[in-house]
Design a protein around this ligand. Structure first.
Ligand code: FEO
Length: 173
């Protein structure tokens, strides 16, 4: 059985994942409107992944006899002038999410809640990937600066991203 404290923390994580989804959807719409179809695609895939993260936690809460409590999702920014601004904001946000996952992990260990700790392992690895990817794109956008051809090619690259169901959800199907 999950402790009340852990249930509350997991519900806060669910809200944070849904806020992340909302943030990346907003970024996707911003760049779609600005004509960067590839960047828009990349952020729309990111939006789906964040919904999946929330779903993994919701499925887990239910499987442990907890209660999912969906509360309002706070507003997100709506304008990013340059692609690099969005990727910098993405890295900053993902670092905060990593800290939240680490706090959950520490709480699970302190409570000897090894099932929750085990569930969090996938997220620990996922956060490494999330931060690394955002950082790589910041570096690429820095490299090309205002070069139109460079921006066009990077937009094409980001447009090639496809969505796939994450392992914890795929195995639950
Ligand atoms: Fe769900 Fe991007 O962390």
């Amino acid at each position: 059985m999950l402790s009340e404290k852990m249930q509350k923390a997991l519900n806060e994580q669910i809200n944070a994942e849904l806020w992340s989804a909302y943030l990346y959807l907003s970024m996707g719409m911003n760049f779609e409107a600005a004509g960067y179809q590839g960047i828009a695609n990349w952020y729309k895939v990111q939006f789906k992944e964040e919904q999946d993260h929330a779903m993994i936690f919701m499925n887990y809460l239910n499987s442990r006899g907890g209660r999912v409590e969906l509360v309002p999702i706070a507003a997100v920014d709506t304008v990013w002038e340059r692609p690099i601004d969005a990727f910098v904001a993405t890295l900053e946000h993902e670092r905060k999410v990593t800290a939240m996952i680490n706090n959950l992990y520490a709480m699970a260990e302190a409570e000897h809640d090894y099932a929750t700790r085990d569930k969090l392992n996938w997220f620990v690895s996922e956060q490494v990937e999330e931060e690394e990817t955002a950082k790589q794109y910041i570096d690429k956008f820095k490299l090309i600066g205002e070069n139109g051809m460079g921006l066009y090619m990077l937009d094409q690259e980001l447009g090639a991203r496809t969505y796939s169901v994450p392992a914890p959800l795929a195995s639950a199907e």
